[in-house]
Write a protein that binds this ligand. Structure first.
Ligand code: NAI
Length: 213
């Protein structure tokens, strides 16, 4: 991972959304300024971890002052690319695709859903949150008329290699992959795999190893 030309570990990048959420909460509660110590206590990470993480991107704190909450919130949003107006499309309008399409909070984070696609012709024309489901045959034309940045893959793993390569060939920048398939694609694309069951299994581990039970 790089930030400008500097190497940044993926672990640091994965902590940024959490900082962003916490700072957003602080802003809502009219907190304008916070020390790294206070922030660390609220978030349950060490103050030095926060300082180290933020130093990867330029610091943002002032000795003796702490952090300006609004400034840091906006800077982290900026680093995460949340103000770039990224557009998304969902491929697969089944249970998961619908749940994601109905989840309007992604829009609040700056990701605009502009299209939903499926191979099932029976679904074509149906609307989810005002967005029409289109057939996969319309994909190429849609790309001619729209800038599409992120593809959300909620289709069974069998079709995912072909569909995702097609999206990459059309110039998609990122794939948010919910299908349980590892993607090996030719071309320039960023991939984020999501496995809810990994999180569930982690919870299972915690319950299993819980000392008091
Ligand atoms: P579903 O069967 O309700 O929906 C799948 C939809 O994809 C259907 O509408 C189908 O017509 C469409 N589809 C199939 N092949 C396609 C293709 N090549 N192009 C476009 N559309 C296509 O399934 P559900 O429950 O929505 O799950 C979708 C996938 O997501 C499954 O593979 C499931 O295992 C996975 N999943 C992953 C989770 C995760 O945490 N990563 C959580 C839940 C489901």
């Amino acid at each position: 991972m790089f930030y400008n030309d500097k190497k940044v570990s993926i672990a640091v990048v994965r902590r940024l959304p959490r900082y962003y959420r916490y700072l957003g909460e602080l802003l809502k509660n009219d907190v304008t300024r916070i020390s790294s110590k206070e922030l660390s206590e609220r978030m349950g990470v060490t103050a030095s971890q926060i300082r180290q993480d933020l130093n990867c991107f330029g610091g943002f704190g002032q000795q003796g002052y702490g952090y300006n909450v609004e400034y840091l919130y906006k800077e982290i949003g900026n680093i995460l690319g949340l103000y770039n107006g990224y557009t998304t499309i969902i491929i697969g309008a089944g249970n998961l695709g619908r749940a994601l399409a109905n989840h309007s909070s992604f829009e609040k984070r700056g990701f605009r859903l502009i299209g939903i696609f499926d191979i099932n012709r029976d679904l074509v024309g149906e609307e989810i949150r005002g967005i029409k489901i289109r057939h996969m045959d319309e994909l190429e034309d849609f790309f001619k008329e729209n800038r599409v940045d992120i593809g959300i893959l909620s289709i069974p793993k069998e079709g995912v290699a072909e569909v995702s390569q097609r999206l990459v060939n059309l110039g998609i920048k990122g794939l948010w992959n919910f299908s349980y398939a590892d993607l090996n694609l030719e071309g320039d694309v960023e991939i984020e795999n999501v496995h809810l069951s990994d999180s569930l299994m982690t919870l299972s581990y915690k319950i299993t190893q819980h000392k008091r039970w």
